[in-house]
Ligand binder design. Structure first.
Ligand SMILES: [Fe+2]
Ligand SMILES: [Fe+2]
Length: 413
C-alpha cells in the first residue's frame, strides 16, 4: 500500500517510493529507496522535503514487525511453530492492579512516543525543542508510575511500538522513573529524571550515521567520535537555553560515566556521578541489551540482568545494581515461564520484596494444553500455590502465544 508520511516520521527499513520532487530537487540518484540509514532521512530533511510516499508492503521494519505470537486458543496444545490458527476468544477481564493501569499507561506512552519522535526531528533540523510539551508527557509518565510502578515497564515488554531510534529514549525514561519510584524519589525528582532521560541520547543526532549504524565493532577513532554523544546531548540543551533543571543537563552528560572511572566524557568516579545519571545509565544498558535491533535479537530480561550484575562493583555501585534489579524484577510482567510441575504461566505482577515468586497466571497444563480458565496465583503465597516454583523462562519465540493477550492488550491501539 502506498502511504503519504511526514519525513520526520520515516524510519530505517521503510521503502520510499516517491520523494515528491524532480530529481534536481532531492538528494538521491533515484526517487525510490529502501532506507537503511538515518542519514538518508536527514538528507531529505536537509533538502526541506517534509513529506514522502512509502510502500508499506516493500518496507522491512525489523523491530516493529509483528511478533511471532498467536492468541492462545483454549483446548489446543501450545506450539512454538507459526502454524497456529489465530483464534479470537473474548479477552479476559483485568484481575490485577497492573492490568487496570495498562490502558492509561498505553495512552501516556503513545503520546510521549510522538513527542520523542518530534524531539529527534527537531535536533536533526536544528529547530527549537518544545520543553513544555516534553515535560507534560513526562508528568503523565510519572503519574502512571505513581498509580502502578510496573504498568509502563510491562507495556514496553509486551508491545513493540516503533523503531529503536525513537523508542529508546522514552523506554529509558520509563525504566528510570519506575526505578526512581522504587527508590523513593520525590515526584519533583522523578520529573527531572524523566526529562534528563528523554534527552540523554539526543547528541546522537550529531554523530555521523555510518558510525551510529555500523554493524561491526567500531575502530578506536570511531568510538572516540561516538563517545561525544553524551556531551553533545548536554550541549543541545545548553545551546537552546532550554528552561530545565541543572540535573537534567547532568543526566544527559553523565549517563555513560562509570563508578571505576572507565566511563565518559569526564571519567567521573564513585560519588562524583550524580545518582540520577546512574539510574539513567543502568536503564540505558538494560534497554540496549533487551531491545531487538537490526543486527541482533534482544536478550531475555533475566539474561540482561545477569550481564548488569557482572558490572556490579566496577561499572556500577553494587547497591545501585541491587536496587535496579529489585525494581525491574527478575521475571518482569509478560515473561512466559515453565513451572517445576511442567505448567506454563505468564508473569502478571512483580512481588518487589520477593523477586523469585511473582504473581502469575497459569495458562497451560504440563502437556501444553491451553486452559480456558487461567488461574491467577501469587507464588509468594505458599498456601495457595501447590508448591509451584519457576523452573525456567520460555523465550518469546517458543511461547506459541502472545502473552499480551492475558493483559487484554492484544488489540490495544
Ligand atoms: Fe548514550
Ligand atoms: Fe542510550
Amino acid at each position: 500500500m502506498i502511504k503519504k508520511i511526514a519525513t520526520k516520521d520515516l524510519a530505517v527499513g521503510m521503502f520510499v517510493t516517491d520523494v515528491g520532487r524532480s530529481w534536481l530537487n532531492h538528494p538521491w540518484k533515484s526517487k525510490t529507496r529502501l532506507l537503511t540509514d538515518l542519514a538518508e532521512i536527514r538528507e531529505l530533511l536537509d533538502y526541506g522535503i517534509e513529506e514522502v510516499y512509502i510502500d508499506t508492503e516493500k518496507s522491512k521494519l525489523p523491530s516493529s514487525a509483528p511478533k511471532q505470537f498467536y492468541t492462545p486458543k483454549p483446548g489446543t496444545v501450545r506450539q512454538s511453530t507459526s502454524q497456529r490458527p489465530a483464534a479470537q476468544p473474548k479477552p479476559p477481564e483485568p484481575t490485577t492492579y497492573l492490568e487496570k493501569e495498562l490502558p492509561k499507561a498505553y495512552k501516556a506512552y503513545t503520546k510521549a512516543l510522538d513527542t520523542s519522535k518530534a524531539l529527534v526531528a527537531a535536533c536533526y533540523m536544528n529547530k527549537r525543542i518544545e520543553v513544555s510539551e516534553v515535560q507534560e508527557n513526562v508528568d503523565e509518565l510519572v503519574e502512571s508510575v505513581s498509580r502502578n510502578q510496573d504498568a509502563l515497564t510491562a507495556l514496553i515488554k509486551l508491545k513493540s511500538f516503533d523503531d529503536y531510534t525513537y523508542t529508546h529514549c522514552l523506554n529509558v525514561s520509563v525504566l528510570s522513573i519506575s526505578t526512581g519510584k522504587a527508590l523513593g524519589l520525590s515526584d519533583a525528582d522523578l520529573r527531572i529524571l524523566g526529562m534528563g532521560t528523554m534527552f540523554h541520547d539526543l547528541g546522537k543526532t550529531r554523530i555521523p550515521s555510518y558510525i551510529l549504524n555500523k554493524p561491526g565493532k567500531l575502530t578506536d577513532d570511531e568510538f572516540a567520535i561516538m563517545r561525544n554523544h553524551a556531551a553533545l546531548s548536554a550541549d543541545i540543551i545548553l545551546e537552546q537555553k532550554l528552561n530545565v533543571d541543572d540535573q537534567v543537563i547532568k543526566v544527559a552528560r553523565f549517563h555513560h560515566e562509570r563508578m571505576d572511572g572507565s566511563g565518559y566524557p569526564d571519567h567521573l568516579r564513585g560519588e562524583e556521578i550524580p545518582p540520577l545519571a546512574t539510574i539513567c545509565g543502568l536503564s540505558d544498558v538494560y534497554d540496549a541489551l533487551t531491545s531487538d535491533r537490526v543486527y541482533h535479537k534482544g536478550k531475555l530480561p533475566h539474561d540482561a540482568l545477569k550481564f548488569i550484575y557482572s558490572l556490579r562493583g566496577t561499572h556500577f555501585e553494587p547497591s545501585w545494581v541491587d536496587r535496579f534489579v529489585q525494581s525491574v524484577g527478575i521475571y518482569p510482567p509478560g515473561s512466559v515461564v515453565e513451572l517445576n510441575s511442567g505448567h506454563v504461566a505468564v508473569v502478571m505482577e512483580i512481588n518487589h520484596g520477593s523477586l523469585l515468586t511473582p504473581v502469575i497466571k497459569v495458562v497451560a497444563d504440563p502437556k501444553g494444553v491451553i486452559t480456558n480458565k487461567p488461574k491467577l496465583v501469587n507464588l509468594k503465597d505458599y498456601a495457595n500455590n501447590s508448591g509451584w516454583t519457576i523452573k525456567r523462562v520460555i523465550p518469546p519465540s517458543e511461547a506459541g502465544f502472545d502473552p499480551a493477550y492475558y493483559f487484554n492488550l492484544k488489540d490495544a491501539k
